[in-house]
Design a protein around this ligand. Structure first.
Ligand SMILES: Nc1nc2c(ncn2[C@@H]2O[C@H](COP(=O)(O)OP(=O)(O)OP(=O)(O)O)[C@@H](O)[C@H]2O)c(=O)[nH]1
Ligand SMILES: [Mg+2]
Length: 223
């Protein structure tokens, strides 16, 4: 990369970081836990959100910001579950940035518990952009293969939780869960690992408990 390109990128990331910091502060003060979901296309982010909408409500109030290059499809799936959702179409960009999230910020209800942000399906670019989230979760699905954490380390290195998704397919294709978890932990020893299936419900309760624990922690810190 040329020196001028490096400087432009540093500027871009610097201004993104500032906007993200403002978003995180405002959300934390309102007691809203924001969760940024990262994964390759089709790893099951929207399906997990659909499942969470069944389990979290009515006890908790959630809303979703959907990021995609084109279409309103994921937001429509979430709205069909009775959950408020905003679609951000990046028009070509391979990731969301904090400025895009900031544009819908004024519409976010103040009485939310959880604000999920589904990033554009991509295991590379979204890892570099803080969106003001309190938790970042990376999904790795069984069909993608167990060798991905070390090939795409930044997504794993910058996340708080690893979600091995589509575990109902484990008997249909080769995937060594222990290898995937261990290689993720080699990249980031602080990762909390979950094994889930949005089809048969495996691991959803454990993940919900983790979300609630982090919501309570955020509220205690801002009390
Ligand atoms: N077998 C199985 N299939 C799943 C599971 N979760 C999602 N799928 C399927 O995987 C495909 C992609 O799921 P989505 O939830 O749309 O994935 P996504 O990560 O939101 O996709 P993008 O937003 O396009 O990146 C769909 O056909 C889902 O039905 C799961 O737990 N098990
Ligand atoms: Mg999706």
């Amino acid at each position: 990369m040329k020196k001028k390109e490096v400087m432009v990128l540093e500027d871009l990331l610097g201004s993104n970081k500032k906007i993200a910091g403002d978003i995180r502060k405002k959300l934390s003060e309102k007691g809203i836990l924001a969760i940024n979901l990262l994964s390759s296309p089709g790893a099951g982010k929207t399906s997990l959100l659909e499942k969470l909408s069944e389990v979290l409500t009515p006890g908790y109030k959630m809303a979703v910001i959907e990021g995609d290059i084109e279409t309103e499809r994921d937001a429509e799936r979430i709205r069909a579950k009775g959950i408020q959702a905003w679609q951000i179409s990046t028009g070509g960009a391979c990731h969301l940035d904090a400025k895009m999230v900031g544009k819908v910020f004024s519409e976010i209800p103040t009485d939310l518990d959880f604000l999920f942000i589904e990033n554009v399906g991509n295991l590379v670019c979204p890892a570099s952009f803080d969106l003001g989230e309190s938790l970042r979760c990376v999904l790795l699905s069984i069909p993608e293969g167990d060798d991905k954490p070390k090939k795409y380390p930044k997504a794993f290195f910058t996340s708080d939780a690893l979600i091995i998704s589509k575990t109902d397919l484990l008997d249909k294709m080769p995937f060594n869960v222990n290898r995937a978890v261990q290689e993720s932990l080699d990249v980031n020893p602080k990762l909390k690992a979950f094994k889930i299936s949005s089809v048969d419900g495996t691991g959803i309760k454990e993940f919900v408990d983790y979300l609630v624990k982090n919501l309570n922690k955020l509220r205690r810190a801002n009390a």
